[in-house]
Design a protein around this ligand. Structure first.
Ligand code: NSS
Length: 420
């Protein structure tokens, strides 16, 4: 919809309608915006008036008429209708009064038309565009790793298993191990893939299927990794602030807070996090992972994303590099979003010592045979390298200020839902 002055043709769907004796108001929605159309009984022929009288919510229409500025109209313009064609007369639309989350999820295929979800999807597109742009600007190559995998990357407990001919296979939890193989030819690689986690937890932050933006680079050390991730998150926020003013306003996200998301981000170690938590009255035994409640408590102290480094080895994945200065911790980093949106990135420098990798895999109960191909990467020209994974819907939730991660994806999959 590109509103100017004069004659105007528009196609769209009825967002609202109000029928008076002499005037019928139709608010029409298309992918760009909504606009008020008025049908005046005295100005149109009988046929147009009768069609307008029939119009129902979500009917698809073609309208032509004269457009003019009108301060009172939603959107600031009004079309005075001359011609009206009903492409499809919608049956009574089921979403009327019941806006309960469960009902809206059941009718998701229709609720996608809401202004809220439309705004979220536009912001998500900018987030993806900005990410791609940032990787390209820095010379990273986009690659396409597999979705069907033979091994776990993030531990067996959340793996989805599937029948694979006469064998079994798994849906990918992360492209990481495959990206690691690709750095030996392309050096800096990234991918955007769905990741699958059979999460039993019913939280506002977990999906069973989410979009995973992952990067892996040869010669990238821990410090370089932290810098790159700060740069990426900041670039995303700046681009959204530039491009999605209208959507952010609709979603209630203040643009100024996004503009402030610039490096450097605050950095603390796991040990320092425990000290802050203790002052806040939460005592965590060293060696325990930080849960949602601890992350949220920490974030009361910060307005920018927080970088938490060097977690205990036991709570982190087998591939993370042991800190040369302290073998009890690994060179990993979680980035936690402000305002209680939780972890948006998990990352680390990778272990290059093949014996340490084998030991850690055995400790986590894995069959080494399945990881022989991965261990080959340490046998033939191994180099220091690092990588990360960003949960796209977590970032969307934070930037769009959503109450639940389910609204960050068109068709959310959770333990309790795979329909529609
Ligand atoms: O498990 S992660 O913390 N890390 C990895 O998978 C690494 N192998 C990534 C890598 O280094 N290439 O997941 C990464 C991010 C995490 O920080 C969350 O933001 C997001 O993926 N994540 C999720 N988002 C939505 N739903 C679920 N269930 C979920 N699990 C992780």
């Amino acid at each position: 919809m590109d509103a100017g002055k004069g004659k105007f043709n528009i196609r769209g769907w009825v967002y609202r309608e109000r029928k008076g004796k002499n005037n019928i108001f139709i608010i029409l929605r298309d992918s760009t915006n909504i606009i008020q159309c008025v049908v005046k009984k005295e100005k149109v022929n009988k046929d147009v008036w009768e069609k307008a009288e029939k119009v129902t919510i979500e009917s698809s229409l073609e309208i032509s008429g004269n457009i003019k500025k009108d301060k009172r109209a939603t959107g600031g313009y009004e079309i005075e209708v001359e011609e009206l064609n009903i492409v499809n007369l919608a049956q009574p639309f089921p979403i009327t009064k019941d806006y309960s989350p469960e009902f809206l999820l059941e009718k998701r295929h229709l609720w996608l038309r809401s202004r809220k979800l439309t705004a979220v999807m536009k912001v998500k597109e900018t987030i993806l565009d900005a990410s791609r742009e940032f990787f390209k600007m820095n010379g990273w190559h986009e690659v396409t790793p597999p979705i069907i995998t033979s091994t776990a990357c993030e531990g067996g407990s959340t793996l989805f298993q599937l029948k694979y001919f006469n064998d079994i296979a798994y849906l990918s939890q992360s492209a990481q191990l495959y990206l690691e193989a690709l750095i030996f030819s392309l050096e800096k690689v990234w991918s955007l893939t769905p990741s699958f986690r059979a999460e039993k937890s019913k939280t506002s932050r977990h999906l069973a299927e989410y979009w995973h933006l992952e990067g892996e680079a040869a010669w990238l050390d821990f410090e370089g990794l932290l810098k790159f991730m700060e740069g990426l998150i900041s670039h995303i926020c700046q681009r959204v602030a530039e491009k999605n003013e209208k959507e952010l306003k609709f979603l209630g996200r203040d643009i100024e807070t996004l503009k402030k998301i610039k490096p450097p981000f605050p950095r603390i170690t796991y040990d320092e996090a425990l000290k802050i938590l203790e002052k806040d009255g939460i005592k965590i035994k060293w060696g325990k992972d930080l849960r949602t409640i601890e992350e949220d408590t920490l974030m009361k102290h910060y307005e920018k994303p927080l970088i938490v480094t060097k977690y205990p080895k036991e709570v982190k994945a087998f591939y993370m590099k042991e800190d040369p200065n302290n073998p009890k911790v690994v060179l990993c980093c979680d980035i936690i979003a402000p305002e209680g949106y939780g972890e948006i990135i998990g990352s680390s420098e990778r272990e290059t010592d093949i014996n340490k990798l084998i030991k850690r895999l055995k400790e986590s109960g894995e069959d080494i045979k399945n990881y022989e191909w991965y261990l080959d990467l340490r046998r033939y020209g191994s180099v220091p390298h690092s990588g990360f994974g960003m949960g796209v819907e977590r970032v969307v939730s934070w930037i769009c200020k959503l109450d639940n991660i389910k609204d960050a994806i068109p068709f959310p999959r959770t333990m309790l839902r795979k329909y529609p």
